[in-house]
Design a protein around this ligand. Structure first.
Ligand SMILES: Cc1cc2nc3c(=O)[nH]c(=O)nc-3n(C[C@H](O)[C@H](O)[C@H](O)COP(=O)(O)OP(=O)(O)OC[C@H]3O[C@@H](n4cnc5c(N)ncnc54)[C@H](O)[C@@H]3O)c2cc1C
Ligand code: FES
Length: 285
């Protein structure tokens, strides 16, 4: 039997079949799912259980033949424990959760993927999907990091750029790779010169996403902005605890998001302003 999703109640234990250093403090893991499950979509996430430590949300970087790709950046005790796991160890997963990026099936549009940090994981999966679509489109990926060693999937994106599949705009704060500065610099340059309509797909720190949102609003050619509000606290992942609700709509990021479009983002008054901590208290972004 092929399942649409995995159970909410109990994590399915999956074997790590590959572990690879992706960039500084960040690893790619391939997990073999032991039950047949139907396609994860770009933008969706799983709840990942590290036995004896914690359970937390993690984006999906790829999914093929029942093998799930994830990219983990070291943050605190949970991700640190996870990064110590090796091939042959088991991790629990629930999911696939949340809404996906919405890609128009036809028409001429510039797809602009903008991100940084672990935000690049859903953008990797989206890139794979867009390249397969092969319609009249331009794909541009704008990635920023502090320094070269922290650019996630650098080689992967650079190879696709060299093969003419997309245009990769890399930048770093210290100028060690690409141009020195933020992804917004090349993005604005592109928007000033671009022909036709553009759609933004953004994933990264929320403060960066808000700046990008404000840039996009200045251009009539930007027909939609889809952003992943993954910089938020989550507990259940499937809509029951309300830990991830946003003001004033009450939308739960785990089921109503994490991908929100322009119209929705305009209604979320805490977007780029504050988020809730594990305790429920507000913290400025
Ligand atoms: C939809 C979504 C997708 C994500 N995708 C990825 C990914 O692909 N790769 C990746 O490395 N990280 C991802 N994260 C972030 C990841 O969940 C946190 O980095 C992780 O929970 C940190 O746990 P920790 O114990 O290592 O750190 P802690 O020391 O517990 O916390 C460090 C920081 O991580 C955040 N955090 C902690 N617990 C949670 C939680 N339950 N939910 C959300 N944030 C939390 C908080 O902002 C906190 O300040 C994603 C988060 C969300 C909401
Ligand atoms: S994490 Fe529980 S409702 Fe979203």
């Amino acid at each position: 039997m092929t399942r649409q999703t995995l159970p909410n109640t109990k994590p399915i234990m999956c074997k790590i079949i590959k572990k690879e250093e992706e960039c500084e403090d960040t690893f790619t893991f391939l997990l073999e799912i032991p039950v047949k499950v139907q396609g994860a979509k770009p933008g969706q996430f799983i709840m990942l259980w590290v036995p004896g430590v914690d359970e937390f949300p993690i984006g999906i970087a790829g999914f093929e033949n029942n093998v799930l790709e994830i990219g983990i950046a070291k943050m605190g005790k949970g991700t640190e424990a996870l990064l110590k796991k090796e091939v042959g160890d088991y991790l629990g997963i629930r999911g696939f959760y949340g809404k996906q990026f919405q890609v128009p099936r036809e028409g001429e549009v510039n797809h602009l993927l903008i991100g940084g940090g672990f935000g690049m994981t859903p953008l990797k999966m989206l890139t794979t999907t867009l390249i397969k679509q092969e319609d009249k489109q331009e794909i541009h990926v704008f990635e920023g990091a502090r320094t070269k060693s922290r650019l996630m999937y650098l080689e992967w994106f650079q190879n696709l750029h060299d093969a003419g599949k997309l245009v990769f705009h890399a930048c770093t704060d210290d100028g060690s790779y690409g141009y020195k500065g933020y992804p917004t610099v090349d993005l604005e340059k592109f928007l000033q010169e671009a022909r036709g309509s553009s759609i933004f797909y953004v994933a990264g720190p929320e403060r960066m996403m808000k700046v990008i949102f404000d840039i996009g609003k200045k251009y009539d050619t930007v027909i939609d902005m889809q952003m992943s509000l993954a910089d938020r606290y989550m507990r259940c992942g499937f809509g029951v605890c309300s830990y991830c609700a946003v003001d004033p709509t009450g939308w739960r990021i785990c089921v109503d998001g994490p991908i929100f479009n322009t119209k929705q983002l305009e209604q979320i008054t805490d977007f780029g302003v504050y988020k809730r901590l594990e305790t429920g208290e507000k913290e400025r972004i």
